[in-house]
Design a protein around this ligand. Structure first.
Ligand code: S3P
Length: 417
């Protein structure tokens, strides 16, 4: 089934989390325009309220945070739900609060790695107790931190951001060096709110004790959410879709390059800048696609889009390979296993690798039921597969899309046909 029309996906999830958290650190009022209103985001709102921050998230289009970096010791457990960004960024804040905090999450989040965060924050001076020494729930004893220079083992924006947030209040200079560049919204927003940072390749340095000042933050639409309708349009003849106000930060648009490499007709227009981030409209036209290889330093720039990119490769001519993507096994679910199981069950030829998969196109799909494992991106990827292949897909969990894209199914129905 082809796609026609015009869509503005909801606000960017990474930017909305950061607008709330950096707004809490900044002095004065931060207004957040067009925030994402999703389950994950409400976890960050609740966490900040529990730390005594005044957040007004009742209005539809504009939220307000009255910050100043004065956090209270929480009087109860903080529950990050399904949200890794909430758990990791807020832990960076908790590490500097004088007192004891406990943070937990749902069953999916409780199996995701926290040692990558506990190690640097311990070096900075915080103390941790963790289940099996590496999983939520975490108990954190915060204190006045000291700056460190830390080389992360994996490229993770959540880990980098937690260290930088801790570094903002620490004594001296904090440096994070990554093996490959992860999304850089924290750095951009820190600078937008008045901090000075020095960035050199994959390393970021920040001096502690800098004061942030609240401002208006306009949240662009989320390129990761846009990837679902974009792939649908790119893979169906006769489709033409305009995706509006999308964040075009290069650390997020790796999937656009992948699709172009596969032969997709995609153009970015109306490019402008707002609140330190690039924004544009993306025009996608349908056509014939060929296979590709996704690996190495490209992976962190497409990490959230790999489920939908795995779908699109099944419609492309030839054999596609995804490698060096072991981090996918540590997301909301093991996304390598979940995608391979679903694709195979619908008729695709897929080989599973330890750190990726090999997908042979073009698959001849048949209708079927999909286990989503409660993962929003698995659910949306298979829904789009159903639209491209014109087959019936039954998802075992449709509500999980509310983690990042409330209204997804209606929005897709509106552009289909
Ligand atoms: C995010 C970083 C990425 C990404 C996640 C959002 C962020 O995770 O997968 O959906 O907002 O910082 P990692 O930091 O684990 O790579």
């Amino acid at each position: 089934m082809k796609v026609k029309g015009d869509i503005r996906p909801p606000g960017d999830k990474s930017i909305t989390h950061r607008a709330l958290i950096l707004g809490a650190l900044a002095h004065g009022k931060t207004s957040i325009r067009e925030p994402l209103k999703s389950n994950d985001i409400f976890r960050t709102v609740e966490a900040l309220k529990r730390l005594g921050i005044d957040v007004d998230a009742n209005n539809d289009d504009i939220w307000e945070v009255h910050g100043g970096g004065q956090f209270e010791e929480p009087n109860d457990v903080i529950d990050a739900g399904n949200s890794g960004t909430t758990a990791r960024l807020i832990t960076g804040i908790l590490s500097s609060i004088d007192g004891v905090s406990i943070i937990t999450g749902d069953n999916s989040l409780k199996r995701r790695p926290m040692a990558r965060l506990i190690e640097p924050l311990t070096f900075m001076g915080a103390s941790f107790m963790a289940r099996k020494e590496r999983f939520l729930p975490l108990a954190i004893k915060g204190k006045r931190l000291r700056g460190i220079s830390y080389r992360t083992k994996v490229a993770s924006a959540q880990v980098k951001s937690a260290i930088l947030l801790a570094g903002l209040t620490a004594e001296g200079i904090t440096e994070v060096i990554e093996p490959a560049k992860s999304r850089d919204h924290t750095e951009k927003m820190l600078a937008y709110l008045g901090a000075s940072l020095s960035i050199d390749g994959n390393s970021v340095r920040i001096k502690g004790g800098q004061k942030l000042v609240g401002r208006e933050i306009v949240v662009p639409s989320d390129p990761s959410s846009a990837a679902f309708p974009a792939v649908w349009a790119a893979a169906t003849y006769g489709s033409e879709l305009i995706i509006r106000d999308m964040c075009i930060n290069p650390t997020r648009t790796g999937y656009v390059e992948v699709l172009k490499r596969m032969g997709a007709d995609i153009k970015l227009t109306n490019i402008r800048y707002s609140s330190g981030e690039g924004i544009g409209d993306m025009i996608v036209r349908g056509g014939s696609l060929r296979s590709t290889v996704m690996k190495d330093g490209e992976i962190p720039r497409i990490i959230d889009e790999i489920p939908i990119l795995a779908v699109v490769t099944a419609f492309a001519e030839g054999e596609s390979v995804i490698r060096n993507a072991g981090e996918l096994r540590l997301k909301e679910t093991d996304r390598i296993a979940a995608m391979a199981e679903g694709l195979k069950s619908l008729g695709a030829d897929v080989d599973i690798l330890e750190d990726g998969m090999v997908i042979k196109g073009r698959a001849r799909f048949h209708s079927g039921s999909i286990r989503t494992f409660g993962d929003h991106r698995i659910a949306m990827a298979f829904y789009i597969l159903g639209k491209i292949a014109d087959i019936e897909i039954e998802l075992d969990d449709m509500d999980c899309v509310n983690v990042s894209y409330p209204g997804f199914f209606n929005a897709m129905e509106n552009i289909g046909g």
